[in-house]
Design a binder for this molecule. Structure first.
Ligand SMILES: *Cc1c(COP(=O)(O)O)cnc(C)c1O
Length: 355
């Protein structure tokens, strides 16, 4: 397949001279550091934060590279996946001219980020069972279509896309194919990172926000060819990942066993909630889940949503979303939380006349 990254890139980005920070120009660790206008006396906090962090997060990327089986140079780290999404628009899409393809219902940030960057979106809906429509997707693309966003497992539908459909699009779509794997740890599907060697137009996104339980730290990953990663590095804010985040995640990776254990627990809760929800007469449909949430169809979902809030159980109302009519998105909680959800659901649905 011929893929010309340079013709995809915005011309001024190709020419751009990036900012070089003090920590770019001298990367040694010893010496008298009078180069970055830092406070030499330390910080006002118990822990010192007075020195700027490593702009390319080298130590952290080395550890991530080991657990993801790739080279550190294939990894971009962002202030959440949302930063990677925004940088992709800024690198590849000329405002007012270029386009991207989105596959609704899907993660809302792609559309918002496109809007912020004044990039036109073409939408190709998923099928009724939330699968891709590869031929329609290809037909929606033209010479200005730069990026295709595929979310798998998908938010909010919870299912995974068929692998052969994604592979077909990787072979035939002329722009960059982003596969957002925020929920991959909850799926039996192998990651598309193994396909990076075969497809120079592939970028895979993952995050520390879900399975790792580090949403507050804001750390998202993008995996792609070295060439694509270099472009993202060139345009990112110099110190986009805080030192505290780098240190904390570095230590967390040494404790990966605990993540695997939490994933197992969440999957057990998924089985439990699936089984218990199936017994509720007012639940019309529970969509198959490869994620840490369930998409559930309940008549009068808007009312049920409000009534659940009155019971202090907060779920995500997706009733207005395409193909998700009367659907609530329910994140898997602890056993106690899931039981609280079940009893609140029984209470609010059995009092209403909907079933
Ligand atoms: C939660 C989620 C993310 C993660 O975003 P962060 O900015 O890394 O917290 C990315 N993509 C999808 C589809 C998500 O649902």
């Amino acid at each position: 397949m011929s893929f010309d990254l340079n013709s995809l890139l915005r011309p001024h980005i190709a020419k751009l001279q990036p900012y070089t920070s003090a920590r770019d120009e001298y990367t040694g660790k010893d010496g008298v550091f009078l180069d970055a206008n830092e406070n030499p006396f330390g910080s006002i906090t118990a822990q010192d934060f007075n020195r700027y962090p490593d702009p390319y997060q080298s130590d952290l990327k080395e550890e991530i590279a080991k657990i993801k089986h790739m080279r550190p140079t294939q990894i971009f780290l962002g202030n959440g996946s949302d930063e990677a999404i925004d940088l992709l628009f800024r690198a590849f899409c000329n405002p007012g001219k270029d386009k991207v393809i989105l596959l609704p219902p899907t993660y809302g940030m792609y559309e918002v980020s496109a809007g912020i960057n004044d990039v036109e979106i073409r939408k190709v809906a998923l099928t009724d069972d939330f699968q891709l429509q590869p031929e329609k997707i290809l037909a929606a693309a033209d010479e200005h279509t730069k990026i295709l966003f595929i979310c798998s497992p998908n938010n909010p539908s919870a299912n995974k896309a068929k692998r052969e459909d994604i592979l077909y699009l990787l072979k035939n779509f002329k722009g960059l194919v982003v596969v957002d794997e925020a929920y991959i740890d909850f799926s039996d599907e192998p990651s598309f990172t193994t396909e990076l060697v075969n497809y120079p137009n592939l970028l895979v996104m993952q995050t520390f926000s879900k399975a790792w339980g580090l949403a507050s730290l804001r750390l998202g990953m993008a995996f792609a060819s070295e060439e694509i990663i270099q472009i993202l590095n060139k345009i990112k804010p110099p110190y986009n990942i805080s030192g505290l985040t780098q240190e904390t995640v570095l230590a967390a990776i040494q404790n990966k066993k605990k993540v695997d254990q939490m994933i197992k627990q969440i999957l057990a809760e998924r089985d439990f909630l699936l089984k218990e929800m199936a017994k509720l007469p007012f639940v019309q449909k529970i969509h198959p889940s490869h994620a840490n949430f369930l998409l559930v169809k309940i008549p009068n979902a808007n009312q049920v949503y409000d009534d659940l809030i009155a019971e202090k159980v907060i779920v995500r109302n997706r009733a207005k979303v395409l193909l998700c009519e009367d659907c609530l998105r329910i994140t898997l909680g602890t056993r106690a939380e899931n039981e609280a959800l079940l009893s609140a659901l029984r209470k609010v649905c059995e009092k209403s006349t909907v079933h």
